[in-house]
Design a protein around this ligand. Sequence first.
Ligand SMILES: Cc1ncc(COP(=O)(O)O)c(C=O)c1O
Ligand SMILES: [Zn+2]
Length: 406
Amino acid sequence: MNLTHLECPRCGATYEAGRLQNLCRCGSPLLARYDLAAAGRAVDPDRIAGRPPDLWRYRELLPVADQAHVTTLGEGFTPLLPAARYGAHIGVPRLLVKDEGLLPTGSFKARGAAVGVSRAKELGAERVAMPTNGNAGAAWATYAARAGLRATIAMPASAPAITRQECLVAGAELHVVDGLIGDAARLIAGVRGVFDVSTLKEPYRLEGKKTMGYEIAEQLGWRVPDVIVYPTGGGVGLIGIHKALGELRALGWIGERVPRLVAVQSTGCAPIVRAFAAGARRAEPWEAATASVAFGIVVPAPLGDELILDALYGSGGTAVAVADHELLADLREFGAREGLMLCPEGAACLTAIRRLRAEGWLGAEEEVVVLNTGAGIKYPDIVRALDSGGGVEGSDVLGSGTAGTP
Ligand SMILES: Cc1ncc(COP(=O)(O)O)c(C=O)c1O
Ligand SMILES: [Zn+2]
C-alpha cells in the first residue's frame, strides 16, 4: 500500500493513516496522501488496462493494505457514453455522459461506500453511522452488510422511499427523522460507540469517489476533457475528481492540462454558487433551503465548502444553479434523444451546460463530461412530476445550518 499519512488541507497538520480518524483538530476534513513515486514504480497505465473492470484496478492509489479487506459488489468502470444527438441539439456535440446509475445500489455512492467500508473494516470499526439524504445511506448500509459490519443510518422521511428499503434489506438500524438532514445529523451525533462516517468526516469515502476521475482519464486514453460538470451537494465527487486528476498529473500519466470543473446546484439551495459568485473562500450556510427533485444536491452547509471552491477556482471552473422545471424538461429531452433516463441530479447538469453554452462560457468544440450520478429509475416520482407539467409537489423547507450526508 502506498498510503503514507492523512493531511489537513487547511492547517497542514498531519495524522497517522493507520487508525480510525475523523476531522482535523481545526475542523477541516482530512485528505489521504500517498507515496506517488512508489505507486508510479509499482504500476502504469498498461498494467491497469489488463485488470478487471472495477475501481480496484487502481489499488496502488487506494487506501486498503490487505486485499482480504476489500469489500466489493463489482463497483466501478461505468460507461462513458457519447451523447452526440442531444449534444448537437444544445450546441455541444462532444458531450459525454458517465453513467453512474449502473453501479451497485444505483448511484455513485457505491464507490465511496466500497472504499470507505473496506478501510473502516481494515482499521477495526464494527459499526458505522451516518445521516443521509438517501443514496449514501443505502450504499453504506449495503456495503457494511457485505463486510459484516453493522450500520446505523438516519434519514429524513422525505428522502426517496427506495433508499429506506435498501437500508432495511441490508439489515441496518434505520432512523427515519421527521425533519431535515440536519436533524438526522444531530441524531447520529448522539449515538455512542460508532464510527462516524458522515460526509467528509472520515477521509476514505473521498478516495472511493476520486476513482470517477481516474476512470474518465483512462476511458479517454489517459487525457482529460475540456470541462467536467458535476451535481454538487456535499461536493465529495467534485473534490475527489479534482484530487484524482492532481494525482495523475503528479504521476505524469495525463500531462499538465486541467479540465474546468463546474458545480451544479439547485436554485432553492445554492451555497456554493453564491460563494463562487462572490469570490469567497468559504460558503455561508443557505438559510431556508427548499426541496428539489434533485434531492441529493440539497445540502445547505457542506463541510467541504473550502475544498469545493478551491477546485472551482483552481481549475478555472464555475458554479450554476438550476430550477426543477428546467432540469425536468432536460431530463425528458435527453431521454427522448439518447434513450437513457438520467437521475434528476444528472439532468441538472444538462441545464447548466445549455446555459453555459448560450452564454458563451462553453465553446461549440469543447469536450464536456457530465456525471450522471444515479439511476433515473430510483426516482419513480419524477414521472409524476413530468406528467403534472414539472416541479415537485409541496416544496418543503429543508432548513439549514447543519452539514449532512447527501
Ligand atoms: C444522485 C446524487 N447525485 C449527487 C449527489 C451529491 O453528491 P456529492 O456529495 O458528491 O456532492 C448525491 C448525494 O446524495 C446524489 O445522491
Ligand atoms: Zn487542520
